[in-house]
Write a protein that binds this ligand. Sequence first.
Ligand code: C2E
Ligand code: MG
Ligand code: MG
Length: 764
Amino acid sequence: MTDMNDISPGVAGLQTRLVIETITQVVNGAEIVEIVGSLDETIPGFQAESWSAPGAEHALEHIRKRVVGVLGVRGEVAPFSCVVSGIAWGVLIEPIALQDGAVIGALVVARQGRAWSSRERALSKAFGGLLSHTVTLAARENALMDQRRLDELVGQVAERLMSASSATRQEVLTATMRVLAEFLGADVAFLRRNDHSRGLSVLEAEWPPREIPNPDPLGEVPFDADPVFAATKNLRKPYLAGAEDDDYLERVEKGSGVPQVGGACVPLLLADTTWGVIGFLHFGLHGWTPEEISALQAIASMLVQLQARIDAQERTEYIAMHDDLTGLPNRRSLLRELEVRLAAHRETAILFFDLDRFKVMNDFLGHASGDRVLTTIGDRIRTSIRPNDFAARLGGDEFVILVGDVSSEMEVAATAYRILGVIGEPIDFAGQQVSHTASIGIVLSKPGVQNGVELLGWADVALYAAKRQGRNQAVVFDEELRESVSERSRTELTLREAIEGDGLRLHYQPEVDLRTGELLAVEALVRWQHPTRGLLPASAFITVAEETGLVVDMGRWVFAEACRQLAAWRREYPDLPLVVRVNMSPAQFVISGLVEFVENCLRVHRIPGERLCIEMTEHAVLQEPEQTARILKGFQALGVEVAIDDFGTGYASFTELKHLPVDYLKLDTTFVQGITSDPSDKAIVEAIIQLGRALDLGVIAEGIECGATIDKLLELGCHRGQGYLMSVPMSAEELAPVLRAGAVPVSTFRSVGKVAPALSDQSL
Ligand code: C2E
Ligand code: MG
Ligand code: MG
């Protein structure tokens, strides 16, 4: 609403002076000429122009009162007469109205006695019209100026908000509140967010800064605390708060010390929800123009957009830095955090751990259960680390904890075992308690070491040492392990010489019918006659061979040697339907010409394909699925059988295996050994045996070390087995008695309580 107070006195003032002067000249005998405002008694620029002839002051007072009394009524205002101090006055009155008809004042002309001529009436009407026009123009100009200022304000705020990021958000919001408060002349400006899930209105930014009491009665306020907060909860339209909101005023008084306020609240709308509000308080009462409110609405929508943009940015950043399954920081943020700690020379220990045999669980319990295991472990880690620690998931079942403020190795080891305890607590799966162990590799940061990736690598080495030592333990990366890392590169050198020279041997381990002891096959296992360390088992060097690619040449030698030996045995024991199983590493499946090589060896040694079986791990299937499938079909065409070794420890899914020409599954040692003690191992073995039956595959148990295991295996329906209990791997000569008998005597392994003589490979 515009009244004459709002109209610039400069413009209107000039016009009224002119009007009054002109009227006094053209209206004969005019004694009073005045312009009166309807809403206020003092009208800047107009009142000063009120003119009266000498002696008419008293009448002027009287007439003004009458005029003010009749103003505010729309339409024509008729001339009237009145008597002041016994003298009759004729009064001409012309309304001054805005274009929309709102009467905001009047032009008054008065003189004693005489009636008004029609010319005089027309004149005053014309002047009234002129003044109305002037006032309208002035009001419009004023409104335009206001609008321009509001537009500028909106533009200025928009610019400020556009440049905000999540890092500067708070600062920008506070600055925006300051700009708005100053512009609107508000005593307080604030931005509150609606936390709908907690039913709270939360203070996000305010101006001016306040000495904040603790607790802050304005910080987090339940919506149901009072009607004003309740109104802000789902506010859709601007809300004007007044003095009648007693509870609210009380609260404001508590928070700010100010008792009497009036103000406006504008909602920040995000789709169907009220994200929050911006509010402005005036100490004392205050009116708002619709233009101001709509400018605030524009600003409110920009604030919502800013928040949406920052949320999206934060989400992108969060996704980039976090693992989406567990919500823990990921490898990237781990490395960033590690570098920061190293740069600040903070003593940090790295605990690098993974769950023992997680993959198997994943495959057998299903991926959803596997995910549950990971999220449960992730939650446990999150809640069991100290404030200075940092936990991350690297992927798969690998986690890392950075332990801050490390004082001793002992303390770190204690933390590691505490974590092992936390992880080991059983997880409930439909009433079944499944527990997990983990292995941990530990590295303590050393002053001067800046490279986080290198430290992680060392922790990984320690982790593998922990696994080798039998899992469910923690190993600290020490000088010995550092030595083993360099030992590894020396091994590589000498292994190459061994392959090219005469350093490799083959040992053979019988596979028997667990019921009868009948010899079903032998597995060829490579050995290295090391110049200084003696005869080494495959486990001591196969990883180095695989990592360096030496395994390809080594594998060729192994296969050719196995064929040569089998050909010799076939000549010596022509009636023995002996099968030799030969291990092949994934790398061998990548090199072209493997099938041709096998075919050639068979031809040279005149061996029918079905006398040979290739043992491969699931990794080969995963690495190059198509090529592996082609190779396996090539083997199948040659009659060569295929077994999946260490089945259950790898990553291949059964559906992938189903389509491959595979003949046997070899149950991994760790499950076999656990079937008498660990229900989940037993469940896994049972499932594999069933799978074998369903897919018509033979199932072979490896690593049998005690009679109880055999009983269990037979009970579950598996009767092929190999292990130290029946026979350790042996040289071809040592194997002669078994070959001659075509069996391992049942009595040697099936008497009650029988265990393998020593858990070592005696032939080494
Ligand atoms: P694998 O094929 O699963 O072989 C079984 C491993 O378990 C052998 O270790 C064997 O000595 C050992 N073992 C046999 N019976 C028992 C038992 O009752 N208890 C326990 N705890 N272990 C038993 P080895 O010879 O050290 O071989 C380790 C792995 O190295 C093999 O596992 C196989 O994956 C790989 N490997 C062995 N020879 C070759 C080869 O010629 N070429 C390739 N590519 N890999 C080979
Ligand atoms: Mg094998
Ligand atoms: Mg195996």
